[in-house]
Ligand binder design. Structure first.
Ligand SMILES: Cc1cc2nc3c(=O)[nH]c(=O)nc-3n(C[C@H](O)[C@H](O)[C@H](O)COP(=O)(O)OP(=O)(O)OC[C@H]3O[C@@H](n4cnc5c(N)ncnc54)[C@H](O)[C@@H]3O)c2cc1C
Length: 185
């Protein structure tokens, strides 16, 4: 059984939650992190663009961060929060395993989910040809034929970034209505 009362509880054990826990614990407060590192979207990633590391997997990066957080006294509970209730200045969090935990500050670091296109094969090929982040993954598609799908400035700047690595990229955009634009160097 773990302690049930904390100064700070952080929901999420991805890079954001782990970094927040290290900062918080260094202030000598009692910190609990909830969630599972293998559910972080960084867990499967091959990290190319972080300062001071080269070619580590996301899993190694998260395990190192968790190790460091433990050294600063952070407690981990490998369960999701299923309910949060606020009563005046106290938060009560219920966990999957029916534990009731309280804290006076709650940090939400549960990640984001991407908008999906809903096309056939999309979920099977994430990380194997389908990406949702140009800055993270463009390097994997050097000289490949790549289509960028999206709207507004993120899609346009993404397609232009791809041009550094390919002779041509194709942008499917719905800025006004769906249409195709071919960009060449
Ligand atoms: C294939 C792939 C490759 C990537 N490559 C790179 C890269 O090279 N460089 C880069 O900078 N970024 C990369 N990214 C993006 C990077 O993984 C994310 O930006 C990063 O993980 C976001 O961190 P986060 O902590 O905000 O969220 P996440 O890492 O998504 O973590 C969210 C955490 O919240 C937890 N959680 C969710 N609900 C609950 C709940 N109810 N209670 C408790 N916990 C909960 C989850 O279990 C998880 O631990 C990549 C992503 C993918 C999918």
């Amino acid at each position: 059984m773990i302690e049930t009362n904390y100064d700070i509880i952080i929901l999420g054990s991805g890079p954001a939650g782990l970094q927040a826990s290290i900062h918080a614990a260094r202030r000598q407060v009692r910190v609990l992190v909830m969630g599972r590192i293998h559910k972080s979207s960084a867990f499967q990633a091959h990290i190319e663009n972080y300062c001071c590391i080269s070619g580590d997997t996301g899993a190694e990066l998260l395990e190192q961060a968790q190790f460091r957080a433990r050294e600063f006294g952070v407690t981990f509970l490998n369960e999701d929060a299923t309910n949060v209730v606020r009563n005046n200045s106290i938060f009560t969090i219920e966990s999957e395993g029916d534990q009731k935990l309280t804290c006076s500050a709650l940090v939400l670091a549960m990640g984001i989910s991407r908008n999906k296109l809903g096309v056939k094969g999309e979920s099977e090929f994430v990380g194997h040809g389908i990406s949702y982040c140009v800055d993270c993954d463009a390097g994997f598609y050097k000289n490949a034929s790549v289509a960028m799908i999206g709207g507004e400035s993120a899609a346009v700047t993404g397609a232009l970034t791809l041009l550094f690595l390919q002779k041509m990229s194709t942008l499917f955009t719905k800025a006004w209505k769906w249409r195709t634009i071919w960009l060449k160097k």
